[in-house]
Design a protein around this ligand. Structure first.
Ligand SMILES: [Fe+2]
Length: 262
């Protein structure tokens, strides 16, 4: 198995290549579908039907858009955490979805890249709705780890055989500094997630924003979570976080999460 990293409009795109199949580790921006398609057909010289599954680690625009499009166009099924569609539900969810698209568009414009539409549906309707610890369909060497904090339904992907963790947005690397994602909606739960992740046996870490695969001991990042928390978060993300926390699904999530732990 080989992992390829491509540069998407906002984030990295990871494709795991096997002799007989391909796996898209995260759903990317809608506009990234062309990059994915071209890489598979031109660079790898494989059929798009070799792509057996797209994973959506969470429903943000840079993690879900291309997966939705690839399913619509080529029938490639999508797997995600079972509660993913609660996140953008209701009126507050609708506002949140549009706000997240606007923020993602702002990031693209700021990077001076050519803007292409990243609009996608707020409901994923995943073909495979997975629970914590389940393996991926068609790829039993990958296990999902429920890792809430950034949202209620984030997942990481863990490959025990190759000791790889794909952590999506759990950690960002910006200007060679590792930090928490924007926003961390549930800081207390995020601390528990970091602790949980630190117990998995991996020595290679892949993340959606920045580079972490060259770290000698990536587990240290999860053991020293308090250092990452101390990084300053821009004020606008604080406002966004409070708005999200006000939404019905976020309010209920915290209550349910802690009651299930008792
Ligand atoms: Fe995100």
């Amino acid at each position: 198995m080989k992992i390829h990293r491509l540069k998407g409009q906002i984030q990295n795109i990871f494709i795991a290549e096997y002799d007989e199949k391909l796996l898209l580790l995260d759903g990317a921006c809608k506009s990234d579908y062309k990059i994915i398609y071209t890489f598979i057909t031109n660079d790898l010289k494989r059929k798009i039907s070799d792509l057996k599954l797209s994973v959506v680690t969470h429903i943000h625009p840079d993690h879900a858009g291309a997966a939705q499009f690839l399913r619509k166009k080529f029938n490639i099924p999508v797997a995600a955490f079972k509660t993913i569609d609660l996140w953008y539900s209701g009126i507050t969810g609708k506002i949140q979805h549009l706000t997240d698209i606007a923020l993602a568009a702002y990031v693209i414009l700021k990077s001076k890249k050519k803007y292409k539409s990243i609009y996608y549906k707020r409901k994923l309707e995943a073909n495979y709705k997975l629970s914590d610890g389940e393996t991926l369909p068609f790829f039993s060497d990958w296990k999902i780890i429920h890792s809430p904090g950034h949202t209620s339904h984030d997942i990481c992907l863990f490959n025990e055989e190759h000791k790889i963790l794909y952590a999506a947005d759990l950690i960002l690397e910006i200007n060679e500094k590792f930090m928490m994602p924007f926003p961390v909606v549930f800081p207390e739960i995020m601390k528990l997630t970091f602790n949980k992740i630190s117990h998995f046996n991996f020595n290679k870490l892949y993340i959606a924003h920045g580079t972490a695969e060259n770290l000698e001991n990536p587990k240290l990042l999860f053991e020293k979570e308090s250092e990452l928390f101390s990084g300053k978060v821009p004020k606008k993300f604080g406002i966004l976080k409070n708005f999200i926390k006000f939404s019905k699904c976020a309010r209920n999530f915290e209550k349910i999460y802690f009651s299930e732990m008792k």
